[in-house]
Design a protein around this ligand. Structure first.
Ligand code: MF3
Ligand code: CO
Length: 265
């Protein structure tokens, strides 16, 4: 069953998702050569707790940190460490929080200093793919329309969509129904309706789609060692389409540009 949230619940979801987005924006500024993912993790945990919220990932099935920090060929669920960033890295920062019983979840992939043109294209196409998926969210659409839109865009640019990890409903738990694959035919699965809250999170590889999990039990990496990127927004279905709960006012114009581009093609 996919839960439909009331206006009051959506207010709480907006609050926690905005908190996560604000913290992510601050972490971005710390993602520079010489810094470590552990420093980002400590800052994230301090900020989430200062806001009266709690990390959502820490302790989840034993996950040890506030952030997932996935560098270069790491796809998702990278564990913060003392490795120092070097110019040219790409870093996925994924963060979840819980506030007043409701969950927020958001991820971005950022360049460390100047990156290769291939890396820059990967980041651009992955975020565009996420916005294609978001553009597919409206009452009456089917869950699988989201992944179909993501896959179409990503593969048109010669990249591949990771199959093993999916987006998810979110609300009073971090992971709720439905699962949201980032590939596959549209027109399948439950119909979306007002009040459903979805975390959409495509993972995209420069090379082949296949991934494996390292012996730490968490870190997923591309099998072929190629670069990978990951973007995530949490959205709520509205009468008109959807509202991006993790979108900051400062990024609204940029997001509108990405949505306009999704409509044009
Ligand atoms: N955004 C990811 C997800 O929703 C991160 C989960 S990390 C975990 O699956 F540690 F909580 F598993
Ligand atoms: Co998620």
């Amino acid at each position: 069953m996919i839960v439909r949230r009331s206006t009051g619940e959506i207010d709480k979801l907006r609050r926690v998702n905005q908190l996560v987005a604000r913290i992510l924006a601050q972490l971005r500024a710390m993602a520079v050569p010489g810094a470590t993912t552990r420093e980002l993790d400590a800052a994230a945990e301090a900020q989430v707790r200062a806001a009266g919220a709690e990390p959502a990932f820490k302790g989840y099935h034993g996950y040890p940190a506030t952030l997932c920090t996935s560098v270069n060929e790491q796809v998702v669920h990278g564990i913060p460490s003392t490795r120092r960033f070097v110019q040219g890295d790409v870093l996925s920062i994924d963060m979840g929080a819980q506030l007043d019983g409701y969950f927020g979840d958001c991820a971005v992939t950022v360049p460390i200093g100047q990156v290769s043109s291939e890396a820059a294209t990967l980041l651009r196409v992955t975020e565009e793919g996420l916005f294609r998926g978001i553009d597919a969210v409206k009452p009456g659409a089917r869950v699988s329309d989201i992944g179909a839109a993501v896959q179409q865009h990503v593969e048109a640019h010669g990249f591949s969509v990771v199959r093993e990890f999916v987006g998810h409903g979110i609300g009073t738990s971090l992971h709720e129904e439905p699962q949201i694959a980032n590939y596959g035919p549209g027109g399948r699965g439950p119909r979306l309706s007002r009040g459903m809250v979805l975390a959409i999170e495509p993972m995209v590889n420069v090379g082949q789609a296949a991934v494996k999990v390292l012996s730490d039990g968490w870190t997923a990496v591309t099998r072929d060692g190629s670069l990978s990127a990951h973007f995530e927004h949490t959205v709520v279905v509205t009468d008109e389409g959807c509202e991006i709960l993790t979108l900051l006012e400062a990024d609204a114009a940029r997001a509108q540009g990405l949505l306009d581009a999704a409509v044009r093609t």
